[in-house]
Design a protein around this ligand. Structure first.
Ligand SMILES: Nc1ncnc2c1ncn2[C@@H]1O[C@H](COP(=O)(O)OP(=O)(O)OP(=O)(O)O)[C@@H](O)[C@H]1O
Ligand SMILES: O=P(O)(O)OC[C@H]1O[C@H](OP(=O)(O)OP(=O)(O)O)[C@H](O)[C@@H]1O
Ligand SMILES: [Mg+2]
Length: 299
């Protein structure tokens, strides 16, 4: 691949997605060092450049074919897609996969003293938001009239500042709403981070590199969601024990030296093993239970 045909990946410069995006790419074997001042980072070991930008710019850069891939919150992607469709601008891109970080929801919230019964309680309100398109789509679906107040930041202080009656903003733990005397009424969009590709056809070498990165990403995410479990179990409760291991359909069962009544089980579980399950396993006679993280998975 020639110098001017390197794969370009847009990631958030700084914010909620930036560290996780860098970590994910590093786990996929892309080696790079980020200099906080630099917009472009050249990978050391692959023909890949990272563009560090505001997250709002990422969908447009991908849809315009300026970069090949982008890591972005689905909330920002969907908002930009509706915006561009409204303006008749290119709004095509391919969502390659959802990622395992950036979980949040876009919700409507009102001050604690507001009495909310159902979505119609919002009729005629002024709502502050950074997501006017997702808000409009939801309110149109519900047939509610409202006016909006566009704010790029500090949306949750708008009602107290007298700028709006309610807000439509991102929520994760709910701590920001609580700190600002607001409560959540309607969840209008559930979001995760995702990786997107430009809809333009790629030159075969570049597409092969995209496929390689995506396949590694699938392995990394799968490994992060999985655990390697080892334990000793009585033969007589083997089936019950295996049934308790989440997602481990085909465990390896091995004999134990000098103990014909017990076996060793090795299993990959697609979920974490919670303390409650560990205790149930022990109650069924399991012992020497080890739960270990998996670094990489392929095939
Ligand atoms: N509280 C949260 N918990 C988890 N994910 C979140 C949370 N808030 C936002 N996100 C996700 O992270 C993305 C980036 O959030 P962030 O607050 O860093 O954006 P920003 O302030 O718009 O950044 P930028 O300076 O890049 O424009 C959001 O669009 C959303 O997908
Ligand atoms: O429900 P919570 O867990 O409190 O999270 C919600 C907050 O997180 C995001 O802001 P962030 O902290 O990323 O800062 P920002 O104001 O720069 O967007 C979002 O805009 C909310 O304000
Ligand atoms: Mg932003």
């Amino acid at each position: 691949m020639s110098e001017n045909n390197r794969l370009r990946i847009a990631i958030q410069k700084s914010g909620r997605l930036s560290k996780e995006s860098q970590k994910l790419l590093k786990s996929c074997g892309v080696k790079f060092n980020v200099n906080e001042q630099r917009l472009i980072v050249h990978a050391d070991n692959m023909p890949i450049d990272l563009l560090r930008v505001r997250d709002d710019d990422i969908p447009g850069l991908v849809m315009d074919g300026v970069v090949d891939l982008g890591i972005i919150g689905e909330n920002v992607l969907e908002e930009e897609q509706i915006e561009r469709q409204t303006l008749g601008k290119p709004a095509e891109c391919v969502k390659l996969r959802e990622l395992d970080f950036g979980a949040c929801r876009l919700s409507l919230a009102v001050p604690n003293e507001f009495s909310y019964e159902n979505a119609s309680s919002l009729e005629g309100l002024r709502i502050a938001t950074s997501y006017p398109n997702l808000l409009r789509r939801y309110m149109q679906e519900k047939g509610i009239n409202y006016s909006d107040c566009m704010l790029k930041g500090s949306v949750e202080v708008a009602p107290r500042a007298g700028l709006s009656d309610g807000i439509c903003d991102l929520v994760s733990t709910g701590a920001t709403l609580e700190a600002n005397g607001l409560y959540e009424t309607d969840v209008i969009y559930q979001s995760m981070a995702c990786i997107i590709q430009s809809a333009e056809e790629q030159e075969p070498g570049k597409q092969a590199l995209i496929d390689k990165i995506l396949s590694r990403m699938n392995g990394v995410v799968r490994a992060r969601e999985s655990k390697y479990i080892l334990l000793h179990a009585p033969r007589e409760t083997l089936d019950q024990i295996v049934a308790l291991l989440p997602g481990a359909e085909n465990p390896t069962v091995l004999p134990l030296n000098d103990d014909t009544d017990r076996v060793a089980i090795h299993a990959v579980s697609t979920e974490d093993l919670f303390w409650d399950t560990m205790e149930e396993l022990t109650a069924l006679g399991a012992s020497s239970i080890l739960v270990m993280p998996i670094e990489k998975m392929a095939g």
